[in-house]
Design a protein around this ligand. Structure first.
Ligand SMILES: NC(=O)c1ccc[n+]([C@@H]2O[C@H](COP(=O)([O-])OP(=O)(O)OC[C@H]3O[C@@H](n4cnc5c(N)ncnc54)[C@H](O)[C@@H]3O)[C@@H](O)[C@H]2O)c1
Length: 387
């Protein structure tokens, strides 16, 4: 195969950005060949920009039947991601799926199984994995430089959204349309990085969500989640769309010091020896291990969405290793599902969660939701931002 013929399903904010990237020739080896969206204004835009080279479909059935493509990028609201990906795999297509992988792990698991069975290249659009700061932090942890992890701590509250963002209507911030709030829309990137960088998934979670705490919305806009890991480490994840100015600070403490990413800088507070060893050996009463503050030099640029599009294309054409393999999307979703469940039950939740119970509780929320799937409601809201 000399080039990948790409189809895009969903031409809102993100699908439009992907189409634009493909048009600009930023992704060598990939060509936009077909799109699908029920919104005719979006299809008109494609015709204006690309002429007749790109096939346009209003219906997904027709798209899967007639589009002449090798792979598909799924950029619809989250609920549809797993079903569309499964249909794509059944059609022998490669898949690049927007984050989050879906709304509930039960059907994301089916998507992963279908992906595996198909043998096609399956990636998630976790564009923040292209950030060299986070890659470096991961490298320092995985190489053992930080030692055994004791605590993880992410305050990610710089997702501020005013009420007018939510008032624009549509599927967002409703249980029936979106399936969650800040945990599902704004913070999936950090939830993914949290587990990807540390290489650890929580074993149990106790979380507190504020549903419509700062906004007139059904879903959560404020979250504090305490987690525990298998090795005895603990963690805290704090996120909100109702705080200004917000904070974005990720700190991981290990036996050999602590790593902090904040304000675009990675800092390693490096101990000269293991804290556990110091604790055993030191006899002076007060005192602590010698520590050096190191500003870690980080090279390279975040290529974000284009970086993931390139990586997916190169994986299809040249067997390049995926930066964000599709089956990993379930991990961050499993954490957010556990956070909701813990908050709804007002109790501890162990991972892996009881997926049937989660689905049942979600269904209760959906039944009470004010959102009814009317396509006109979904239209014309520009909320593009740095997701
Ligand atoms: N990776 C990122 O940084 C990032 C940023 C923004 C959005 N996203 C994700 O992209 C997805 C879409 O978000 P958005 O902001 O573009 O939403 P949007 O509402 O702007 O666009 C969604 C589009 O999908 C279309 N659509 C809905 N159902 C469809 C279907 N079954 N078949 C075809 N088209 C359908 C709608 O008509 C709409 O045009 C979400 O899952 C979101 O989380 C990711």
């Amino acid at each position: 195969m000399a080039e990948v013929k790409v189809g895009i399903i969903g031409l809102g904010n993100m699908g439009t950005a992907h189409a634009t990237a493909l048009k600009g020739g930023k992704v060598k080896g990939a060509r936009l060949a077909a799109v699908c969206d029920p919104r005719t204004d979006r299809l008109d835009w494609i015709r204006e920009e690309f002429g007749s080279q790109v096939q346009c479909f209003e219906s997904v059935d027709e798209f899967f039947e007639k589009a002449d493509i090798d792979g598909v990028t799924i950029a619809t609201p989250h609920y549809d991601h797993p079903d569309l990906a499964i249909r794509a795999f059944e059609k022998d297509l490669h898949v690049l799926c927007e984050k989050p992988a879906g709304v509930y792990t039960k059907n994301v698991r089916l998507m992963n199984e279908a992906g595996l069975k198909s043998g096609k290249v399956f990636s998630m659009m976790f564009n923040q994995r292209t950030n060299p700061l986070y890659k470096k932090m991961r490298e320092l942890i995985h190489s053992g430089e930080l030692g055994e992890i004791k605590r993880t701590n992410w305050i990610i509250t710089d997702w501020y959204r005013p009420q007018s963002y939510y008032d624009s209507g549509g599927w967002r911030a409703t249980w029936a349309g979106e399936g969650g709030g800040v945990m599902l829309n704004q913070s999936p990137h950090q939830l993914d990085l949290w587990q990807w960088i540390t290489g650890m998934m929580p074993t149990r979670v106790r979380a507190f969500c504020g549903f419509g705490k700062y906004h007139d919305i059904e879903v959560e806009d404020d979250v504090t989640a305490y987690v525990e890991y298998e090795n005895g480490a603990t963690g805290l994840f704090v996120t909100s769309t109702g705080e200004a100015p917000g904070t974005n600070r990720f700190e991981v403490v290990g036996d050999r010091g602590k790593l902090v990413v904040e304000n675009g800088q990675l800092t390693f507070w490096r101990l000269r020896q293991s804290e556990r060893a110091f604790n055993q050996e030191y006899k002076g009463g007060f005192g602590q291990p010698e520590c050096w503050k190191i500003d870690i030099p980080v090279r390279g640029q975040s290529e974000h969405h284009v970086g993931i599009l390139k990586n997916w294309t190169n994986a299809i054409l040249h067997d390049e290793e995926l930066l964000a393999p599709g089956p990993e999307g379930i991990k961050s979703l499993a954490i957010s599902n556990a956070v909701y469940l813990s908050s709804w039950l007002d109790d501890w939740v162990e991972l892996p969660i009881d997926e049937d119970l989660f689905y049942e509780k979600l269904q209760e929320k959906i039944n009470q939701s004010t959102y009814k799937k009317v396509t006109e409601q979904d239209i014309t809201m520009d909320v593009s931002g740095t997701h």
